[in-house]
Design a protein around this ligand. Structure first.
Ligand SMILES: Cc1cc2nc3c(=O)[nH]c(=O)nc-3n(C[C@H](O)[C@H](O)[C@H](O)COP(=O)(O)OP(=O)(O)OC[C@H]3O[C@@H](n4cnc5c(N)ncnc54)[C@H](O)[C@@H]3O)c2cc1C
Ligand SMILES: C=Cc1c2[nH]c(c1C)Cc1[nH]c(c(CCC(=O)O)c1C)Cc1[nH]c(c(C)c1CCC(=O)O)Cc1[nH]c(c(C)c1C=C)C2
Length: 478
């Protein structure tokens, strides 16, 4: 009977352990090793005594797409359907997203009238941009930066404002560095298959749901745009941890860093502080650079490829103000890098999930995100990290300037968290890098499978779905 070790207890590692424990009869033992004191990784929701919930990491998931539907399935299996908080497509938090440009909040078009009119910061209606897109020249190069791709198809203005800002709001990244093929594979493929994104999207519309679970059907019929859970998204990782631990053949060990992975006659010796586990199979769910540090010098090439996937750091600043202070209802706003590189955007949490607001008083909850690919711009002249006071000053300054919440109103809660190297960057050539990693791994003969946000998608949905596919791959091979 095989022993399987999962290194890393973020959502990817937990998903692998969860899908492995469902098939534990075929396996001997499943052990998940997590170096920190808690599972969940970046998934981190903090509940306060007054009922408020603050997210320091991911805050909402999309129900759409194969990976989105897979997570809904998981939620149902875990018995969490009753705790789902839904944002419908008709809600302001789904319809209204803003760009902060030229010292103004500009609504991104979300209706027919918004598409046919010229709305700031654009100099022509979105409809004209989309009509032009249908005739843009196709590119056949194996990869392109997101900015080059979008500028070619939708024009420079659209790429500089909308695309630049959205990439900051997903990858905290500079779209001039990122790979279109790896960050938005579906859109990249639309051009290959249909010659145009507009035409491709029109053809792909209204596909039917087959074998939908009750929650998926509900999501479709009620028009869900995104969702969270009553205790915050960490409720998902906590429930997965409990499910894995409740299987007698499986075990989640926190406070247990893996120190090294050493090949041993077709198996891997997994070394921790007090123990060596001889594993038949290892899933690495740690950041690729952390995995590189676990491999011996014999794997220099593999290590150097894994190390080349860099990640950016983000300051997450959660703010709560007593009273209703939002000038507009919506999901939040993003700043294109030309407006203010250091401030990525502001999420209007109290509008998106009012269920997470404190119970005793009306409140405005916001999350300001700073840094990302522009993180060094936040450092002092000496190159040091800014003090917590300075980070709060930047965040409350942004809220004052961009949302008109005066400096005279003191936040009732403030939490600053530095999320170090939290979002891996799929730069140009990422797909080739993954091919080289796969080749290196297969040559090495190591029974090691790679999952996690470093490789094929940073969204929680992708992390879970990719873990599931890797587990299925292993089970098929047994
Ligand atoms: C601020 C922020 C906001 C986000 N917002 C969203 C959102 O709204 N929606 C969305 O879908 N996604 C969002 N994401 C992305 C998503 O949260 C992450 O991509 C995802 O959680 C990554 O999960 P993971 O398990 O792959 O990695 P991680 O969460 O990094 O987990 C890796 C784990 O491995 C452990 N580890 C590392 N080395 C070792 C070792 N040697 N031994 C043992 N353990 C080890 C680490 O301690 C960690 O717990 C956001 C991310 C951030 C940072
Ligand atoms: C301002 C910085 C960030 C905000 N969220 C994130 C960052 C870095 C991280 C993030 N947000 C989303 C994902 C998952 C992507 C997916 O494929 O599901 C991640 C890793 C969701 C998301 N957020 C925005 C968009 C357009 C998306 C994609 C999915 C969707 O349409 O819901 C926009 C956005 N993010 C932030 C703000 C303030 C904002 C827009 C107003 C915060």
């Amino acid at each position: 009977m095989a022993t399987v070790v999962v290194v890393g207890g973020g959502i990817s590692g937990l998903a692998a352990a969860y899908y492995l424990q469902r098939n534990a009869a075929k396996l001997g033992k499943v052990i998940l090793l997590e170096s920190s004191k808690r599972t969940g990784g970046w998934m981190n929701s903090v509940q306060h005594g007054d009922g408020s919930v603050f997210e320091h990491g991911p805050r909402s998931l999309r129900p759409a797409g194969k990976a989105g539907r897979n997570t809904l399935h998981l939620v149902e299996e875990l018995g969490l359907s009753k705790d789902i908080l839904v944002v419908r497509r008709s809600d302001p938090a789904a319809k209204n997203r803003f760009l902060y440009v030229g010292h103004k909040l500009c609504a991104l078009p979300n209706s027919i009238s918004g598409v046919v009119k010229t709305v700031p910061p654009f100099s022509r209606p979105l409809l004209v941009t989309l009509m032009g897109e249908a005739f843009a020249k196709k590119n056949t190069s194996p990869d392109e930066t997101i900015h080059d791709f979008m500028q070619r198809r939708l024009g420079k203005e659209f790429a500089d404002y909308a695309v630049d800002a959205v990439c900051r709001g997903i990858f905290a990244a500079d779209c001039r560095q990122l790979s279109m093929r790896s960050c938005f594979p579906d859109i990249f493929t639309l051009e290959r298959q249909h010659g145009s994104l507009t035409m491709g999207m029109l053809k792909a519309r209204g596909s039917k749901l087959e074998n939908a679970s009750p929650l998926e059907s509900r999501a479709k019929s009620e028009g869900w745009a995104s969702w969270s859970l009553r205790q915050g998204l960490q409720q998902l990782s906590d429930t997965m941890t409990t499910a894995v631990n409740s299987n007698p053949k499986c075990e989640v060990r926190t406070h247990t860093p893996c120190w090294s992975l050493v090949p041993s006659s077709g198996k891997i010796k997994v070394c921790t502080e007090g123990e060596e586990i001889l594993a038949d199979h290892v899933f690495s769910a740690a950041y690729s650079r952390d995995l590189a540090a676990l491999l011996t010098k014999d794997f220099a090439e593999l290590r150097s490829e894994l190390e080349s996937i860099k990640a950016v750091s983000v300051y997450v600043v959660n703010l709560e103000y007593l009273g209703d202070h939002l000038p507009l209802q919506g999901f939040g706003h993003l700043l294109p890098s030309c407006e203010n590189p250091n401030v990525l955007g502001v999420v209007y949490d109290s509008c998106t999930f009012p269920q997470h607001n404190r119970r005793d008083n009306p409140s405005t909850r916001l999350t300001v995100m700073l840094g990302g690919a522009w993180f060094d711009g936040l450092r002092t002249e000496a190159g040091d990290l800014p003090t917590e006071e300075r980070v709060i000053e930047i965040a409350t300054g942004a809220v004052c300037e961009q949302l008109g919440i005066s400096h005279d109103i003191q936040p009732s809660k403030v939490k600053v968290i530095l999320q170090k190297e939290c979002i891996p960057q799929y730069t140009l050539g990422h797909a080739d890098r993954l091919s080289r990693i796969a080749l290196n791994l297969s040559k090495s003969g190591l029974p090691l499978r790679l999952i996690g946000s470093s490789y094929r998608g940073v969204s929680v949905n992708d992390c879970i779905n990719n873990a599931r596919m890797e587990v299925e791959g292993l089970l098929c091979s047994l």
